[in-house]
Design a protein around this ligand. Structure first.
Ligand SMILES: Cc1ncc(COP(=O)(O)O)c(C=O)c1O
Length: 429
């Protein structure tokens, strides 16, 4: 870990601060102060991040080696306890506690560096992508470019529009050609191209795509850029102010370790000013008078949090952002790259193993996807789950027959080495 980032971590945030900030939604409820234990994640010198202590913040069963954060990130204790405290609070007083949304929105907006008024809290990435796809009012013959590595949640919203209204979804095949993606996308653009919708980090191979350059390409051609940041949020540091996409969507229950059923949708101001909400109801309006027939939508992303919300998971989401902030997102990213490289070095020389993740600086982060010659990826995952309690994800998309391993802040070196060893034994059989 770099000295600078350590210092930043120590100086900026200690767990005491985290605990205090956690209680802000319940500031009048002193009883919650006792229900959540304060934790310290530094070594005895008080200056160095202690990864064992970070690991101890999670409640995974001891024997379970979870290499599947790219599917589901377990929430640390503090997130679970904040969520539970909020459930108790709203049920004690018989309230909804909608105000928690603004506090969590502010934390999320700061985390990805955007204006809070342009950031909605959604249920997941799939919801965000559907909102964008349905709101752009595409016409028959309009073209949307996606890649062959998009998740169903990032691609199906466009494909249903292909079925329903006859837009054309152009799928650019990038597997193994990620470095050529800009060229491949450029050659797919036509004067009917309205949208380019791509993952920041692919869910299949964990490739980090050059989204900044793709967004610039979109701007030049007056195309809407939609970034599926589901695998990026919490895995790498993000600065949306510098990226400037038209839309950025993500789930918060993977690398951010938020409660399940939480996501974000960032949208540009022009869209906010000029697009009616997809769902109208409470919190979507700025003016409403039923008898006079008046409804005016609010030009704030909060309109996508229509109706009664699930305040406890949104409170938990706020504490998830604080949890990552206390480690430091750059430290998280560096740790993932360190563990990933350790794993890569151990398995990449084996003649039966092919690594599909591009292993160049900035082209990968904390995911390694690989194939084992003559082996079925799903069978290997099942065997390791059954015999060693190792949780991986088989990658069956596009008949890839591959295995995906994710390396998170709760992963330790011993687990990485054990995983590599077991895979080498299987590969050599
Ligand atoms: C890149 C990407 N986009 C979208 C999704 C869909 O996420 P959710 O099911 O939380 O909506 C996933 C889930 O794995 C993903 O990896």
């Amino acid at each position: 870990m770099k000295k600078q980032s350590r210092r930043h971590f120590i100086k900026d945030k200690l767990w005491k601060g985290l605990i205090l900030s956690l209680f802000s939604p319940f500031s009048s409820m002193a009883e919650f102060d006792e229900s959540i234990e304060e934790s310290n994640i530094t070594k005895d010198d008080g200056n160095t991040l202690d990864w064992e202590k970070v690991e101890s913040q999670f409640t995974l069963a001891n024997s379970r080696k979870h290499f599947n954060t790219a599917s589901i990130g377990p929430s640390p204790r503090i997130v679970q306890e904040t969520t539970i405290a909020s459930i108790k609070y709203i049920n004690k007083y018989g309230i909804e506690d909608h105000k928690v949304v603004e506090k969590t929105r502010a934390k999320l907006a700061k985390f990805v560096n955007v204006n809070p008024e342009q950031l909605a809290i959604t249920r997941n990435a799939t919801e965000g992508m559907n909102i964008v796809a349905r709101s752009l009012k595409l016409q028959q013959g309009d073209e949307v470019i996606i890649t062959s590595e998009e998740h169903i949640g990032g691609s199906a919203p466009w494909m249903t529009l292909q079925n329903e209204i006859g837009i054309k979804v152009k799928v650019v095949d990038i597997l193994g050609r990620e470095e050529k993606i800009l060229k491949l996308i450029k050659s797919s653009i036509s004067d009917r191209t309205k949208v380019i919708s791509i993952s920041h980090i692919t869910c299949t191979t964990g490739s980090v795509l050059p989204v900044k350059r793709i967004i610039e390409l979109c701007k030049k051609n007056q195309i809407q850029s939609v970034i599926d940041g589901t695998q990026a949020l919490g895995q790498i540091s993000l600065n949306l102010k510098s990226l400037q996409p038209n839309f950025f969507i993500a789930s918060c229950h993977k690398w951010l370790f938020g409660p399940k059923g939480t996501g974000i949708l960032y949208m540009n101001q022009d869209f906010l000013n000029n697009t009616p909400p997809l769902f109208a109801g409470a919190y979507t309006d700025i003016k409403f008078n039923l008898k006079k027939g008046v409804y005016e939508y609010i030009k704030h992303a909060s309109r996508y949090e229509y109706g009664t919300i699930n305040a406890p998971i949104i409170a938990g989401l706020g504490s998830a952002v604080e949890f990552i902030n206390n480690i430091g997102i750059q430290n998280v990213e560096d740790r993932g790259k360190y563990l990933t490289s350790r794993f890569y070095e151990k398995i990449s020389q084996n003649q039966y193993i092919s690594i599909l993740t591009p292993f160049k600086l900035d082209a990968h982060a904390s995911i390694v996807t690989f194939q084992i010659k003559q082996k079925n990826g799903s069978d290997v995952c099942k065997e390791l789950r059954k015999t060693a309690n190792i949780i991986l994800r088989s990658v069956t998309e596009n008949n890839m027959n591959a295995i995906r391993a994710s390396f998170a802040v709760y992963t330790n070196e011993k687990e990485v080495d054990e995983l590599a060893h077991k895979l080498l034994v299987i590969a050599n059989q």
